[in-house]
Design a protein. Structure first.
Length: 100
């Protein structure tokens, strides 16, 4: 598993799609999957349920998605929780994207 992390807007999704295409791997964007499951934009979920509830949901998704193979683009705050950082590090190669 190749895992892309970084601040919002750092290019994780764009780079992830390109890396996946280049190596013939599946690509997954955790934020897009979460939004599909909750049926609303993440910012709306934040406003309704709070950050802690979202981070719990995100943690569940990161746990499940990091067990697969391919390229995973995480949300900008996914690495705020130690358990997410640990799972991603144990299960894949983590690449931090930084842009200016």
């Amino acid at each position: 598993m190749i895992v892309l992390v970084g601040m919002p807007g750092s290019g994780k999704s764009s780079a992830g799609r390109q890396v996946a295409r280049r190596f013939g791997l599946p690509f997954v964007d955790s934020d897009h999957l979460i939004e599909a499951e909750i049926g609303m934009p993440i910012k709306d979920y934040f406003a309704r349920h709070g950050e802690a509830a979202f981070r719990d949901l995100e943690e569940r998704f990161i746990d499940e998605l990091s067990r697969g193979a391919g390229v995973l683009s995480t949300g900008g705050g996914a690495v705020l929780r130690e358990v997410n950082r640990q799972r991603l590090h144990e299960r894949g190669t983590v690449i931090y994207l930084r842009s200016s």
